[in-house]
Design a protein around this ligand. Structure first.
Ligand SMILES: NC(=O)c1ccc[n+]([C@@H]2O[C@H](COP(=O)([O-])OP(=O)(O)OC[C@H]3O[C@@H](n4cnc5c(N)ncnc54)[C@H](O)[C@@H]3O)[C@@H](O)[C@H]2O)c1
Ligand SMILES: [Zn+2]
Ligand SMILES: [Zn+2]
Length: 369
């Protein structure tokens, strides 16, 4: 079987992979389409440490090929989006609707694959850069058969992460203002989440000027080119303050209620904090190298009710949120087809990565036929 393997030195597009049969509560998926998320690239460049060999990919959709003896919620032939949360379903976090807090959902690596005859592990409990993968039943979320796989696959990470950060974590309300740092696959979904939530000013920020058109297509009202100067100052100049700040106060005038960091760089997170109005909150979504820290002037938080939130996987409850994304897509509120700027066969993985680095794509999608 074909797939993309992280070898420790880099990646290989290989046809020397095999996957085992599903266990009692597992499902084998025939992957049809998979989006390339920056987190896959972060494994390859060492930002996210992962033990090789491992099969990459965690944003996928496909068809159920086989089910374990105890699987009841899906059957062979169903179309599914693969959720990356292999949550247990019974712990206190799962029982209170917070599967992203389930301890079993992080670091539960298994090795359902062999690569050149040796065990190979999965990545993000998904490994959708392979013709077939084995996942837990809880991760297979059924979708209607008329939703194209190329669009549906993006729900599995970028859409849930971006839209979920706005609707589930921040709970943005109509009339609030926001800045979105990084107009990539995740950032574009934060932008459209903000549009859906009724935010009235949505400032997109990127170092690639060509991202302005994409940002505006998804709902941005303004664009700041972060390569040309202080993005936070530009945002504060654009968005009026919610109250007059006295001359010489701790806080300069202006700023947004929400600032989403979708790049994965501590300096960008600091810029997001600096772009906040009084009462504003920065949301850390991007994943920098382990041990990264950000310095904050505590008084700039404490005196004026600013906050910093982390957000994993859009605080998603996949069995609620994936059908919701499908409904929003059908209603026209959620753009999915427009996110797919490039489709290529699995073998052209490196070309997709190059296009991502160039800043030309919203999402590149790998196809498996
Ligand atoms: N928290 C989570 O659950 C979660 C889920 C998915 C992805 N992520 C992380 O989110 C981040 C973004 O992922 P993606 O797939 O959207 O990446 P992407 O490569 O598609 O997009 C990144 C964007 O950031 C822009 N950028 C780079 N440097 C910048 C800077 N200094 N200022 C402003 N913009 C800048 C790039 O031009 C690009 O448009 C990554 O760190 C990824 O690992 C986190
Ligand atoms: Zn991802
Ligand atoms: Zn749990």
């Amino acid at each position: 079987m074909r797939g993309i393997v992280y070898t420790g030195e880099g990646v290989e597009v290989s046809d020397e992979l095999a996957v085992r049969d599903p266990g009692p509560k597992e499902v084998r998926i025939g992957v049809r389409a998979a989006g390339v998320c920056h987190s896959d690239l972060s494994v390859i460049n060492g930002t996210i440490p992962w033990t090789p060999p491992a099969v990459l990919g965690h944003e996928g959709a496909g068809v159920v090929e086989a089910v374990g003896a105890d699987v009841a919620s899906v059957k062979v032939g169903d179309h599914v989006v693969v959720a990356t949360l292999a949550s247990c379903g019974t712990c206190r976090a799962c029982s209170t609707g917070h599967p992203t807090w389930c301890r079993r959902s992080l670091g539960n690596v298994s090795a359902p694959f062999t690569y050149k005859g040796e065990p190979a592990s999965n990545f993000a409990a998904a490994s959708v850069f392979a013709e077939s993968t084995v996942i837990q039943e809880v991760q297979a979320v059924r979708i209607p058969k008329d939703i194209p796989f190329t669009s549906a696959c993006l729900i599995g990470c970028g859409v849930l992460t971006g839209v979920g950060s706005v609707l589930n974590r921040a709970r943005v309300r109509p009339g609030e203002t926001a800045a979105v740092f990084g107009v990539g696959g995740v950032g574009l979904n934060v932008i459209q989440g903000l549009r859906i939530a009724g935010a009235t000013r949505i400032v997109a920020v990127d170092t690639v000027a060509a991202k302005e058109d994409l940002g505006r297509q998804f709902g941005a009202t303004d664009f700041v080119d972060a390569s040309t100067g202080d993005a936070a100052a530009a945002i504060r100049a654009l968005v009026p303050p919610n109250r007059e700040s006295a001359a010489g106060s701790l806080s300069p005038m202006g700023g947004v209620t929400w600032a989403f960091e979708c790049v994965g760089h501590p300096a960008v997170l600091r810029s997001a904090l600096d772009a906040l109005d009084w009462g504003g909150t920065a949301v850390a979504i991007g994943v920098p190298p382990r041990g990264s820290e950000v310095a904050v002037d505590v008084n700039a938080l404490a005196y004026v009710d600013r906050s910093l939130l982390g957000c994993r996987y859009g605080a998603a409850r996949p069995h609620h949120d994936i059908p919701l994304m499908v409904d929003l897509y059908r209603s026209g509120a959620l753009l999915l087809d427009e996110l797919v700027s490039l489709t290529r066969p699995l073998e052209a993985f490196r070309e997709v990565v190059d296009e991502m680095h160039s800043g030309r794509v919203a999402r590149g999608v790998l196809l498996f036929d």
